[in-house]
Design a protein around this ligand. Sequence first.
Ligand SMILES: Nc1ncnc2c1ncn2[C@@H]1O[C@H](COP(=O)(O)OP(=O)(O)OP(=O)(O)O)[C@@H](O)[C@H]1O
Length: 211
Amino acid sequence: MSVLISSSDIEVRYKNGIGLSFPGFEVDKGTHCLILGDSGTGKTTLLHVLCGLMKPSSGIVTVAGVDIYGLSPKRMDQFRGQHVGLIFQQAHLIKSLTVLENLKMARWLAGLGENTSELSVILERLNMGDKIKSYPHELSQGQLQRAAIARALVNRPRLLIADEPTSALDDRNAEAVIALLLEQAQSYGATLLIATHDKRLKDKFSSTYIL
Ligand SMILES: Nc1ncnc2c1ncn2[C@@H]1O[C@H](COP(=O)(O)OP(=O)(O)OP(=O)(O)O)[C@@H](O)[C@H]1O
């Protein structure tokens, strides 16, 4: 099996002097991995480093064989747009755009052409077909979350990264979100990397990385 993402000797130093170091790890293509750790252990920091949003003070991250911090900032943005889908706790949708327009924007930012029919299919599969023309303020929390998942999938990313997708959810909804993420990752051939302190998820993943 080929390695999709790997990191080695990552160290991050924040301006306030806080330093974090992370043991190296590798995730194979098609393997879904949970990054587990208590609050403050550095899960969000590590995710930001792994997806190219935060250059570490030292260390190497490769995604699909590419040393991502060796890329120019412009190439890095494009690479991330094309290969990585990000799902953060807050949906961060653009308020003045409908759900469909938000998805179109994500494709455009990644330098990909418009493909309205494929976007509609993704929304249908997430039970959001009737919300295509809705604005973010017209959506429930769960619908916002599904819109954020849809947006992360529009470029068929190889790597789907989610930060604490279940921490605010009750057991039933946590189950539903994880099932959805696993199913979507499976059907789009993406590798799923989830950071969480939610120990309920531990049994659902064969690969765990503990901070
Ligand atoms: N922008 C920042 N500036 C300075 N220190 C930071 C910054 N962001 C995070 N930290 C510090 O880095 C450490 C790790 O934070 P991080 O948010 O990565 O942890 P976490 O495991 O995701 O926490 P949580 O589960 O509570 O979200 C903490 O001690 C935090 O205070």
